[in-house]
Design a binder for this molecule. Sequence first.
Ligand code: C2E
Ligand code: MG
Ligand code: MG
Ligand code: MG
Length: 291
Amino acid sequence: SVKKSGRGGYALFTREMEMQSLERILMENELRKAIELEQFHIHYQPKISFFREEINGMEALVRWQHPELGLISPERFIPLAEDNGFIIQLGEWVMRRSCAQNKKWQQQGLPFLRVSVNVSVKQLMEPDFVTKVETILMETGLESCWLEIEVTESTFVDVDDATSILEEIRSLGIRISIDDFGTGYSSFSYLKQLPVDTLKIDRSFIEDIDTNEESKAIVKAVLTIAETLGMDVIAEGVETREQLAVLHEDGCSQAQGFLFSKPLTEDEFEVYLRNSQRYISKNDVKSEGFN
Ligand code: C2E
Ligand code: MG
Ligand code: MG
Ligand code: MG
């Protein structure tokens, strides 16, 4: 029986591997066609400044709606696109599209917000990355201060000249944040040299911040360091009032997560913005002492 289970285990393993590579090949072919076929969409998730519960930004998150396979998560296709180089084209599409959409909302009289776009290290390392970003801003007419890019911590560990590229980006007036902060291996002494505006604390620390002393201590440490270095902090993945209460108590002033809103379609986000606009202006009036 030991032998049987051993062989069975082996067979299962290879079949799984075969399926994985088949799925990979299928998906790679499909991926390349998906831009032209208009299968990609962008969802926007609000970023909240929770002292006055106002929206102060939004993150662009790509979605792939496949006619047969349904909605495919970026967790599945982004790594594939990174491996086969398609991320260059896709990343450019996401940035152009979300800058154009942001400009459109501004022209419609909605409150001006910064849009954050996730940028893969492969994209960042393309020799013409900075030029492409400049071109996108010029073509869409979006002012650079309304764009932010999110790069993961590993970007700085993996790549020597990431810092100089990001410095160039930042000198254009574009903001930079480190995504999933706390999960990489960057040392604190290194951090002070980085051209970074915001640390985005990884969801894994927020998940149990109200029950786990270690997570709470880590978040507190990040807040202290950020303050010393003059950086902003935003917590990602806030789902409960309890988590929010701890963050608030520790002095974190920005958050993103299902508690406030899931990522929304363009249309949904517009409605959300219009509703919150009323809410925000009402608050403003109050805080200025009018009645
Ligand atoms: P990320 O940049 O760290 O984005 C945050 C992810 O957490 C998003 O997943 C978002 O939907 C999810 N999220 C937000 N709030 C909550 C919450 O309260 N609870 C939970 N459980 N999840 C929450 P999504 O949209 O599936 O994206 C996954 C990852 O895919 C992103 O992680 C990012 O690394 C990557 N990605 C998405 N769009 C792009 C893109 O246009 N370009 C690149 N290079 N990567 C992208
Ligand atoms: Mg992100
Ligand atoms: Mg993140
Ligand atoms: Mg993440």
